[in-house]
Ligand binder design. Structure first.
Ligand code: 5GP
Ligand code: MN
Length: 323
């Protein structure tokens, strides 16, 4: 922690970034860390490659996040948040790697240890928890805006205090954030309370796509570009749907196959997919994702694949034999 605090204090021009296709923790950590650096008087750029999902656009100062950075902007330090691997930042990761000091702040067990300074704690419930510790070490006052972000990061990454990463700190920090003015009901309404009709129609198709392995221990849900087109939805609308596949009785591992990219694939055998994996806690899906070139946490992980849908499903269903 101390080398990171020293580096932040002596830097003048900092880039803060989190993973593309951001979840609540990625957006919240970015905002909480970025606002803290701004309060410290640092020239600060908040970057995320993807557009911010609608449900997180209520977060204070979210409009400060930009989605483009040039190749050289004179940054002396980069803080990379919630990324197990620097490539998770997106296409800018190569340029970011060249920034003189790269600080890696994360809570994924599969973290590659990239960067010059690391603060990686797999026992942290969320990256927001680690950002909270950094803010405390910097002795910066947490205002209501930062508090709302930290609370939202913890709330979303713990699945509303239900997932196995829910720890004592999740409650202790959330308690402190509510003392600082966070309104849990308001955050819950923003994040979970309202779904567009389009999203419900996509959920209908996603539920209809469910397939279960012969032994009943593995489930697969599939969302294709055709489904996005038909329901006029976006990739962000898939957020949370995998939990339906995971909650099925006797299922140990749930997979959600999500087609990537717009437009027609180059060929049926070269369709691009992201696969999310969730387990009931008895299976290490980070290890399974690792075997496919991805990573994550023991009970929530993912990987990318370029193949045909038939082949991908067959590769995944094979996993059921070892469950
Ligand atoms: P999700 O399924 O929500 O996209 O991701 C679940 C967890 O796995 C997250 O913690 C995420 O960071 C990690 N993860 C998802 N996809 C990838 C991937 O392609 N590579 C790596 N290293 N981690 C991933
Ligand atoms: Mn996270």
């Amino acid at each position: 922690m101390i080398p990171i605090i020293n580096q932040i204090k002596k830097s003048k021009n900092i880039l803060v970034a989190s993973h593309s296709d951001p979840d609540g923790d990625a957006v919240s950590s970015l905002l909480a860390m970025g606002l803290t650096l701004i309060y410290l008087g640092k020239k600060t750029t908040l970057y995320n490659y993807s557009s911010i999902p609608a449900v997180y656009r209520f977060l204070p100062s979210v409009e400060c996040i930009i989605d483009y950075i040039g190749p050289s902007n004179g940054y002396d330090t980069a803080m990379i948040l919630d990324c197990g691997d620097i490539s998770r930042v997106g296409p800018a990761s190569e340029n970011i790697s060249r920034i003189p000091v790269v600080i890696n702040v994360d809570h994924h067990v599969s973290n590659t240890g990239f960067g010059d300074l690391q603060l990686v704690d797999p026992d942290a419930c969320s990256t927001a928890e680690i950002v909270y510790r950094i803010i405390k070490a910097l002795k910066i006052r947490i205002d209501r805006g930062i508090a709302t972000s930290i609370y939202t990061g913890i709330l979303t990454d713990t699945g509303s205090f239900r997932f196995s990463n829910t720890n004592q700190a999740a409650f202790a920090i959330s308690q402190e954030m509510t003392e600082l003015g966070v309104e849990p009901y308001n955050v819950a309404q923003q994040v979970f309370g309202t779904y567009s009709l389009e999203r419900i129609k996509l959920l209908n198709l996603a539920l209809d796509s469910l397939e279960i392995s012969e032994n009943g221990k593995l489930s697969i849900m599939t969302v294709t570009n055709a489904m996005f087109d038909f329901t006029e939805t976006q990739p962000e609308d898939v957020d949370g749907m995998i939990n339906y596949a995971r909650r099925i009785q006797d299922v140990k591992v749930a997979a959600l196959i999500q087609e990537q990219g717009n437009g027609r694939p180059r060929s049926e055998n070269k369709r691009r997919f992201h696969v999310s994996l969730r387990s009931d806690g008895s299976v290490d899906v980070a290890a399974i994702a690792g075997a496919f070139g991805g990573g994550g946490h023991p009970s929530a992980a993912g990987f990318q694949a370029e193949t045909s849908l038939v082949q991908l499903k067959s590769d995944i269903i094979t996993l059921a034999q070892n469950l």
